[in-house]
Structure formats: C-alpha cells, structure tokens
Design a protein around this ligand. Structure first.
Ligand code: NAD
Ligand code: LMR
Length: 338
C-alpha cells in the first residue's frame, strides 16, 4: 500500500466543464471524431475557450463533422481530415484525445474489445509519436485499463514516452458516481462528488464513498447497490441501447470536462485536480503500474499523483479485488506491444 498514507491527501472536487481562467489556447485533435463519442465531444470542445484549433480525424466522416461544428460561433478554427490525412491532422497539436475504436454490444466485456481496439490505438499512438511527440494524449478507447499501457509502450518504443503526458479518461465513473449518489441523497450532484480510483471496468472501478460527506453514511444493501451501479453503469447504457453501442453523450461530456481540466493545467492554473488513469507509483510495489487516482495537473501534464487517503474496510476489500484484475489488464496491454 505504498504511498497511500505517506503522501498528502486531497479531496478537492474535480473542475467543472468549460471554465476558463487563462488566455492561453491550444490546438486539440480528436482521433475518432466521426463516432458516437467523437461527434458530441468535438462540439463540446468547440465550446471550450481554451481551444484555439480543433483537428478532427476519423477513417470516415470527419470532414463532414468538422464542416458542421465549424459553424458554431466560438473563437476557434475547425478542420476535418480524411482517412489518409492522419499526419496532417496531428501537425502542431498539443493535446490528442482518442475515442477511436469499437464499442460494446450487450453480453460483451470491455476486454472483448481488445482484439479490435488494441491495434487501432497502437497505430494512432505511433503516428502521434512521429508527428507530435510532445503532445499530451488522453485515451477514451476501451479497454482503457489496457489501451493506456499499449499507448505507453508504443511511445516508449519510439523513444518519446513521458508518463506526465499520458492519461486514461476515467471521468465517466466520477460523473456517474456524483449523479447516482445525488439521486439517493436528494442533493445537488455538485455536492456529491466522489473520488473514484483504480481502473475503468467492473471490479477495477473503486469509488471512495467514505470520503464524501454524502456517501459516508450509506451502508448495507444501499451501499452494495450503489457500488454495483457505479461499477456496472456502462452496462446499463449498453443494455438500453440494445446493440447500438455504449455511452456516447455522457462520455463526451466527461471527456470534455477532463480535457478542459488538462488545458487549464497546461495553461498554468493552480490546483487543478481530477481523477485519471496514469503511470503511477501508488501500487507499483504490487506490480500495478497504471492506476487512476486524483492527479494534480499543471504545465507539464501530471504534476503530482495524490494518495488515496483513508479507506473504509469495505473500500479496502474493493481495492483488494481491483488490483489483480487491473494487473492482468495492464500486462495484456504491455504484452501486445512487446
Ligand atoms: P463508435 O463506433 O460510434 O465510434 C468510433 C469511431 O472510431 C468511428 O467513427 C470509427 O470510424 C473510428 N475509428 C475506427 N478506427 C479508427 C482509426 N484507426 N482511426 C481513427 N478513427 C477510427 O464508438 P463510440 O461509441 O464513439 O466508442 C468509441 C470507444 O470509446 C469504444 O472503444 C468505447 O468502448 C469507448 N468508450 C470509453 C469510455 C470511457 O469511459 N473511457 C466510455 C464510453 C465509450
Ligand atoms: C462506459 O463505462 O460507459 C464505457 O466504458 C463504455 C462501455 O463499454 O460500457
């Protein structure tokens, strides 16, 4: 349990979407911009005052999405790139957000997406390494527990991996936790923020309800049900969409919120803290090299990985269940590139 008690604890709430505190702006690329997440995410990034230029790439449909989004009257330029224009799409970008890849259908796990999505993210990461080696990468494509190590290994192979610049977006679990907790406490979701740590699938998702003033008193069956709903919230959407995909709109919102936090950190705003899946020392002693926890973002990307803080006995159990699964997912990702 390295560093969990040694480091400073932070329960600061993640930043709200689209807040702006600096004039510095940035070129952002979305790879997979034509998809269910990519389209609304591109729209939300067009509304973000930190974005100067949006570079929208997909193997199909990105020029159309770009033409559409470009009519929104905010102060940023939008350009779309076709399948054979990946390098051009990445030219000069500082932040690359990747929602490219296939989504789940009912009955599938996120790991079932590995065979298709692993090579998609690997190839996109190789292009980023070649064209924009200093870019910050935020990965949405599932299984996030494995795709982030795949990207890291690919960048490392190209000699450009900097762990401060690679993020798995686990923000949807945070968004869901706040919403689901607000539903059972009748509080405003702004007040029911929950830190969620671990990874992004089933038992690897560990919500720290004991650290929330609204969550700490939830016990017994209500606790079990809430944890289950947060851990398997993705399944609710997959089931309701009935073969037409997984969460897209709530994910676009979560992805835009994460990207806004990253851009604010890059712009030098202090105190930007948000949960994200990064190369982490927290459980390295147990062979778990990537872990999501509250991270302070700054001009270099990751400034500080914050400790988990005190856990309840129930959370210790959730963590014990998370770590072996997460380790396997990480090893699978690393082995794919090796
Ligand atoms: P989608 O099928 O609607 O869109 C995916 C897009 O990726 C498509 O437009 C497709 O053309 C594009 N694409 C495929 N290969 C590409 C490549 N090589 N380069 C560029 N674009 C490429 O799927 P979606 O619903 O948008 O979901 C995308 C991914 O996000 C899935 O893997 C899904 O599981 C994942 N997801 C993650 C989270 C999370 O919390 N991290 C949440 C929801 C979905
Ligand atoms: C989610 O949590 O909604 C996403 O990871 C998509 C999925 O497959 O459930």
């Amino acid at each position: 349990m390295l560093a969990r008690t040694a480091l400073r604890t932070s329960l600061r709430a993640p930043a709200r979407a689209f807040s702006s505190s600096s004039a510095r702006q940035t070129k952002v690329a979305v790879l997979g911009a034509g998809g269910g997440i990519g389209q609304p995410l591109s729209l939300l990034l067009k509304l973000d005052p930190h974005v100067t230029e949006l570079s929208l790439y997909d193997i199909r449909g990105a020029p159309g999405v770009a033409a559409d989004v470009s009519h929104v009257d905010t102060d940023s330029k939008v350009k779309g790139f076709a399948a054979d224009q990946l390098d051009a799409a990445l030219e000069g970008v500082e932040v690359v957000v990747i929602p490219a890849g296939v989504p789940r259908k009912p009955g599938m796990t996120r790991d079932d997406l590995f065979n298709t999505n692993a090579s998609i993210v690997r190839d996109l990461a190789a292009a980023v390494a070649r064209v924009a080696p200093n870019a910050h990468l935020a990965i949405i494509s599932n299984p996030v527990n494995s795709t982030v190590p795949i990207v890291a290994q690919t960048l490392a192979k190209a000699g450009v991996f900097d762990p401060r610049r690679l993020f798995g977006i686990t923000m949807l679990d945070v968004v869901r936790s706040a919403r689901f907790l607000s539903e059972i406490t009748n509080a405003d979701p702004k007040e029911t923020t929950v830190t969620v740590v671990g990874g992004h699938s089933g038992a690897t998702i560990v919500p720290l309800l004991s650290q929330s003033p609204f969550g700490k008193n939830i016990t017994g069956e209500a606790y079990n049900q809430l944890i289950h709903r947060i851990q398997f919230g993705g399944d609710e959407v997959v089931k309701a969409k009935d073969g037409a995909g997984s969460a897209t709109l709530s994910m676009a919102y979560a992805g835009a919120r994460f990207t806004n936090a990253l851009l604010r950190g890059l712009a030098g705003e202090k105190g930007v803290v948000i949960p994200t899946y990064v190369r982490s020392p927290l459980f390295e002693d147990q062979g778990v090299e990537y872990f999501s926890s509250n991270v302070e973002l700054g001009p270099n990307g990751v400034e500080q990985i914050l400790p988990l803080g005190p856990l309840s006995a129930a959370e210790e159990k959730l963590l014990a269940a998370c770590l072996p699964d997460l380790k396997k997912n990480i090893e699978k990702g690393k082995a794919f590139v090796a």
